[in-house]
Design a protein around this ligand. Structure first.
Ligand SMILES: Cc1ncc(COP(=O)(O)O)c(C=O)c1O
Length: 409
């Protein structure tokens, strides 16, 4: 960039001191709500906010997993690992992926351990998108990949899914958005924020169209294990052109390990070898004891995680039932993840204004729909990663808001 010609920056001003790419990144609206809620709690000591904005399991990491990290650190596992990650962890990941695929995944060349799914996405986008190329993002979508595309000087192309069909994934719209400039197409299934799952045929269609254009599918499967019907097939297992699929996975949601920061990227060896190289310049490797914890999560007893899943399902059913009984609001049934994306368009104002009224007048914190792209206007994302009693209180208060603002009570 020619510094004297930054488009909207006065020379010598603060924005002139920042890279143009960085100036384009806005604070996430989910984070903004969290900050407003924290400020409210500081200023209103007797407040009783129901937090339904969080995107992380409310369970503690099971003790065996914590112990594995403690023991590893005590036994001297305190050095860097290779850029690609601990061999034992890559073996466990490859074994899991191979059991879900129609071919064996090579732990040495087709898996890189990353700092959560978020870094897997960051590395994938940086590895495949050239400046000016497009990254197709079906929305509503978790906003991070949009910022990551901008940081890579690529162009995020938002493709709204149909609001009138509960944001059901529409492969036609996605395929139509793929063109000669497309470097990558994001498929997040189950979706954050809608909880919708891509049917196998939809995934197949999108992968085929992307491959025809020499574009990669970024299959974000971090919520896959939290699908409430059958386990959705992995995108890479649905195609014989898996050289165009980069899969993003993580311990965060499945194993209640958000703070440990362990995820992974899997895909074709030629791309992954370069990803391994650029991983050196982002974070080098993932925290070593955390990688041992991930080995235990993947290979140890699965009962604690099954119990968490059962709890999420019970809450999902409760939230769906309650929303059906509240007039003027509705949501498509979440098929996975732990969010309900509620249509609140009957209320006055933008989704950001509605979220603020819900916070200040009813003490419930939710994320405004526009945090997930313009197509999310008129919606709120409510997370059910909270216990049933708090969910009941939160939904009672939403019902009260409906009665007060829409039923004139
Ligand atoms: C859709 C989606 N993908 C990826 C991630 C990344 O999670 P983590 O980096 O904790 O693995 C998140 C986190 O909220 C998410 O919602």
């Amino acid at each position: 960039m020619n510094r004297s010609s930054a488009p909207d920056a006065e020379p010598g001003t603060e924005s002139d001191r920042l890279a143009e790419r960085v100036r384009e990144i806005e604070p996430q609206q989910i984070r903004v709500m969290f900050e407003l809620a924290s400020e409210y709690e500081r200023e209103t000591p007797d407040s009783d906010l129901v937090h339904l904005e969080f995107g992380e399991p409310d369970f503690d990491t099971p003790d065996r997993v914590v112990q594995a990290a403690v023991e590893a650190a005590r036994n001297g596992a305190t050095n860097y690992t290779s850029n690609a990650g601990l061999p034992k962890l890559r073996d466990a990941i490859a074994a899991k992926l191979s059991s879900e695929r129609n071919r064996a995944v090579d732990p040495d060349s087709e898996v890189v351990v990353t700092n959560g799914g978020v870094e897997a996405l960051h590395l994938a986008i940086h590895a495949v998108a050239d400046p000016g190329e497009e990254v197709v993002v079906p929305t509503p979508a978790w906003p991070n990949p949009i910022s990551q595309a901008k940081l890579a000087a690529a162009v995020p192309v938002e493709v709204p899914m149909p609001a009138d069909r509960g944001f059901e994934p529409d492969p036609e719209r996605i395929v139509n958005a793929i063109g000669p400039d497309t470097a990558a197409v994001l498929l997040t299934s189950p979706s954050n924020p809608t909880g919708r799952v891509f049917p196998a045929e939809a995934v197949e269609r999108v992968v085929a169209a992307a491959a025809d254009h020499g574009a990669y599918v970024l299959a974000d499967e971090v919520y896959r294990e939290l699908a409430y019907a059958e386990l959705p097939p992995r995108a890479a297992a649905l195609t014989d052109r898996d050289e165009w699929v980069l899969s993003i996975n993580s311990c965060s949601k499945t194993y209640a390990m958000t703070g440990w920061r362990v995820g992974w990227l899997s895909g074709p060896a030629d791309v992954l070898s370069q990803v391994e190289t650029i991983h050196e310049s982002t974070t080098s490797c993932v925290n070593t004891p955390a990688q041992y914890a991930a080995v235990e999560a993947l290979t140890g007893p699965q009962e604690p995680f099954e119990e968490m899943r059962a709890a999420f399902r019970e809450r999902r059913d409760y939230v769906v039932d309650r929303l059906e009984s509240i007039p003027h609001v509705s949501a498509a049934e979440p098929e996975g993840a732990f969010y309900a994306f509620i249509d609140v368009s009957a209320f006055d104002g933008s989704s950001a204004e509605i979220a603020k009224r819900l916070l200040y007048d009813y003490e419930v914190v939710a994320a405004p729909g526009t945090a997930f792209g313009a197509g999310g206007e008129g919606h709120l994302r409510l997370s059910f990663a909270n216990d049933l009693a708090r969910l009941e209180t939160g939904l009672d208060r939403l019902e009260k808001m409906v009665q007060t603002e829409l039923n004139g009570e």
